[in-house]
Design a protein around this ligand. Structure first.
Ligand code: FAD
Length: 318
């Protein structure tokens, strides 16, 4: 999901505008627009919750948005059990980025541009000062600069990331109740109160997707893999019964497991040493910022942005 809503985090809210601009540069390069602008909504439940914080932040940062009163929210999103004090904070563009299609087409683009792709090559050691990476088969790859973007495994290559907690998260694809099928093609839900549940509409050949913040837990991809134990789909969906009508009429289709690093700051960490830039603490948040982060990292390698500015910007404190 890409959306402007970031609660009170003004730095990341502003970064989303730049992130959209970076995606707009990418679509013509890969020849497809792997994004549907369904809009995104946060729904208020109680005073001071995520929607309230987002609204205050939108007003402070000048992000275009609409506040829907309770009746308007109900008309747009009849699938949710609204509270008496509910209202919606809607902003667009926002919605699903089709990550697998994007990564597939990026790989094709890279190859077409003459990049040497080495799928399944495992880096076992790096030398940040020399910008070299040693592969498991003993090959040493040397470059003018090196970027370490190793996701949940970043701590193995970059010692100061070793203390970042590795989290396992799982999302559930669902078949909605028939009565609400059309409503689920509407805006992505960023937050309902401070409940922790979010949804992505099933559009452009994808399925409705439910995620639940509280379902995240520490995990280890090398030990646990990507299997989902029986019943996990129902565990994820259970969190939605509190604010989705007729949840028993929804059918879980499959669960997708993933891993990322995430500490309590929830700020991206960018560190530099010698000719190397390492990116960590990407949380469940970095996909939307991928092309933008790429732009800034390249600008830093080319000397247009200083290391401290890059670090501060990535932490959302520019
Ligand atoms: C369930 C889930 C939902 C998410 N939802 C969203 C969302 O809605 N919006 C959003 O913006 N972001 C979302 N994210 C977050 C986003 O996917 C990550 O932040 C992003 O993928 C981080 O990119 P990365 O390239 O740094 O790491 P990754 O995508 O994890 O890629 C790292 C790659 O490095 C490889 N690697 C690691 N170590 C080595 C090594 N030693 N040698 C060779 N290769 C290595 C790995 O195999 C992997 O392919 C979500 C993540 C998950 C798990």
């Amino acid at each position: 999901m890409i959306r402007y809503h970031y609660g009170a985090a003004a730095g990341y809210t502003r970064m989303v505008s730049d992130a959209f601009a970076a995606w707009e540069l990418l679509w013509p390069e890969i020849g497809e627009r792997h994004f549907v602008d369904t809009g995104a909504i946060a729904i208020a439940e109680t005073d001071g919750d995520y929607a309230h914080r987002t609204l205050a932040c939108f007003r402070a940062t000048g992000v275009q948005h609409r506040v829907l009163n309770r009746a308007e929210t109900e008309a747009l999103c009849p699938q949710y059990k609204l509270r008496p004090a509910s209202f919606g904070v809607l902003a667009d563009p926002g919605g699903p980025l089709f990550a697998d299609r994007i990564v597939r087409d990026l790989a094709r683009l890279a190859e077409a541009l003459g990049v040497t792709m080495m799928p399944h090559a495992s880096v076992i050691a790096i030398d940040p000062r020399a910008a070299t990476a040693t592969l498991a088969d003993g090959q040493v790859i040397a470059g003018d600069a090196m970027v370490v973007a190793a996701g949940a495994w970043c701590g193995a290559l970059w010692p100061s990331f070793a203390d970042l907690p590795v989290m396992r998260q799982a999302l559930c694809y669902v078949e909605p109740a028939e009565a609400y099928a059309d409503a689920w093609r509407g805006p992505a839900l960023v937050a309902f109160g401070d409940n922790g549940g979010y949804t992505l509409p099933g559009v452009a050949g994808t399925q409705l997707k439910f995620g639940y913040g509280a379902h995240r837990r520490p995990g280890n991809p090398d030990e646990e893999g990507w299997q989902s134990p029986p019943g996990e789909d129902r565990q994820i969906m259970a969190g939605f019964g509190r604010f989705v009508h007729d949840i028993d009429a929804y059918t879980p289709l499959r669960v997708q497991v993933g891993y990322y690093t995430m500490d309590a700051t929830r700020e991206f960490r960018v560190e530099t040493e010698g000719r190397t830039i390492a990116i960590g603490n990407c949380d469940g948040q970095m996909f939307k910022f991928g092309p933008l982060m790429g732009e800034r990292v390249i600008a830093s390698i080319e000397g247009e942005i200083g290391a401290d500015d890059l670090k501060r910007w990535a932490a959302g404190r520019a």
